[in-house]
Design a protein around this ligand. Sequence first.
Ligand SMILES: Nc1nc2c(ncn2[C@@H]2O[C@H](COP(=O)(O)OP(=O)(O)OP(=O)(O)O)[C@@H](O)[C@H]2O)c(=O)[nH]1
Ligand SMILES: [Mg+2]
Length: 294
Amino acid sequence: MKKHKSGFVNIIGNPNVGKSTLMNAFIGEKLSIITSKAQTTRHRILGIVNGDDFQVILSDTPGIIKPAYEMQTAMMDFVKLAFEDADVLLYMVEIGEKALKDEAFFEKIKNSKIPVLLLLNKIDSSEQTALEEQIQHWQGLLPNAEIHPISALENFNIKEVFNRILELLPEAPPYYPKDQLTDKPERFFVNETIREKILLHYKKEIPYAVEVATEEFEEDEKIIRIRSVIMVERDTQKGIIIGHKGSALKRVGIEARKDLEKFFDKQVFIELYVKVNKNWRSNSNQLKRFGYNN
Ligand SMILES: Nc1nc2c(ncn2[C@@H]2O[C@H](COP(=O)(O)OP(=O)(O)OP(=O)(O)O)[C@@H](O)[C@H]2O)c(=O)[nH]1
Ligand SMILES: [Mg+2]
């Protein structure tokens, strides 16, 4: 009989390099939200790939930054945790990038005792010469890492990296039931989908001042009824989120509903409302309420 392999494979890197895109490519589902804005991901999200003789537990994590307020500190705590339990580290950089935004994290990767795969992403948007230069640059900085050029978006080299991960994983029994896809509850994906639409449609500070909480999630045979609150930090932001005669908020609701109907494969009804929750990003009690504690 073939031995069973299992382990934690944690994706880390700067903001916006394509970590969530890669996670979704491995899973084959849209588990993590993706936008062109930095700091899209705020939590550690597990995505589990199951096979007869393996279980790969991937972690998507927030992009590495120097924290400026308490929520960002909590985000970086998720990244620290991802260093602690990894069996394989996937350090993702994008073409043109030269270093990690935080030296302490970089030292950890450099001195890592576990295998590090350096994934050089977005090669679909680079010239061959640029690619060779980049490979040399990273080989010099991280001699212990194995470099794989990929395109998470175009699914290039993804299968090969996955097979390499399987080779590197230890023999172990599965950590989760074989039909489990993630560690997060349904409400989390509702919150994230709504937040993605806010990242896409609002400018500047607004998406960063927003948190979403789902207060009702009721599923019957035909339909899922959802009620979620969009939290902002100030009254002016509330007005912007709602928009003229509610038009902006309505668009968020319609787009989120479409995505969620696909995700849950069921009809969805969403009711959204907006509430001011002053300075929630710097209030540790509020942050705990929204799941920013380890
Ligand atoms: N051209 C190209 N773009 C990509 C590729 N992978 C991701 N992107 C784009 O890069 C942007 C950021 O992707 P994400 O997956 O959200 O990046 P992330 O690292 O999870 O970002 P944070 O969660 O903010 O840290 C999106 O616009 C993606 O479509 C790729 O292989 N090629
Ligand atoms: Mg992300």
